[in-house]
Design a protein around this ligand. Structure first.
Ligand code: GSH
Length: 236
């Protein structure tokens, strides 16, 4: 233990970094926020994370990266009364299964929908995104209000940053979650989530966000995520 506060290397526009940020706030852990431009691959930055991606948490001289791992680390490393993953082993596994669903069945379609310039490819991504959202919604605890019940948890944190970027899809691709009965639970979930202080304090100006995502909508970004979508490989 070196006594200094844990550092969170974050980029304000990044949904993955937002996960770690929400987890820190939800956990009520003390930390130092460091705004990091992940695209500027200086030797200092690559020494912190050789992959050059945000988020990174540096705690007691050790660097932890990968947003889903950061959430779990925050939950385990800081002993506060808040727990992010449930205590029960099955519920923990259930949370991880649906966090994995977010990573594999939802997030890739978000980026595909934005990056692809061909209308047919965009429509295919919209169909898959909606299909994923339907499955995700059906798995939400019916009593809620959160995904796994009464408390903001792992799955909520995995998905909230992407739910917060729905206006980007609406603006650039005319996509929105239908206001139908089958998505009632989803809309209720988002209404609750966006007001939770840990999420609310990480939300950004929508106009500013649209500007940043222009690079995705016009397929000019060279981010590692966009290169993976172009090549059809797994996201970094
Ligand atoms: N799998 C990583 C995670 O979940 O933490 C993805 C993180 C990620 O892609 N972060 C982006 C980044 O740092 C910003 S949103 N990009 C820098 C680059 O592409 O070089």
């Amino acid at each position: 233990m070196d006594g200094s506060l844990p550092k969170l290397y974050n980029a304000w526009f990044c949904p993955f970094a937002q996960r770690a940020w929400i987890a820190m706030l939800a956990k009520k852990a003390e930390f130092e926020y460091i705004e990091q431009n992940p695209y500027n691959k200086t030797p200092e930055w690559l020494a912190i994370n050789p992959n050059g991606l945000v988020p990174v948490i540096v705690h007691n001289g050790n660097a932890v990266y990968e947003s889903s791992i950061c959430i779990e680390f925050i939950d385990e490393a800081f002993s506060t009364p808040v727990t992010i993953l449930p205590k029960d082993p099955y519920k923990r596994a259930h949370g991880r299964m649906w966090g994995d669903f977010v990573s594999k069945k939802l997030v890739p379609h978000f980026y595909t929908m934005l990056l692809k310039q061909d209308k047919e490819d965009q429509e295919e991504a919209k169909t898959k995104y909606l299909e994923g959202l339907r499955t995700f919604t059906n798995e939400m605890d019916p009593e809620g209000p959160f995904f796994q019940g009464k408390h903001l948890g792992y799955v909520d944190i995995m998905w909230a940053p992407f739910a917060a970027r729905m206006h980007i899809l609406e603006h650039y691709r005319g996509f929105s979650v239908p206001q139908t009965d089958e998505f009632k639970r989803y809309h209720h979930w988002w209404d609750i989530i966006k007001r939770h202080s840990a999420v609310a304090n990480t939300l950004q100006d929508e106009e500013k966000m649209l500007q940043v995502y222009q690079r995705y909508a016009f397929n000019t970004t060279r981010s590692q995520v966009s290169e993976a979508i172009r090549k059809g490989t797994a996201l970094p």
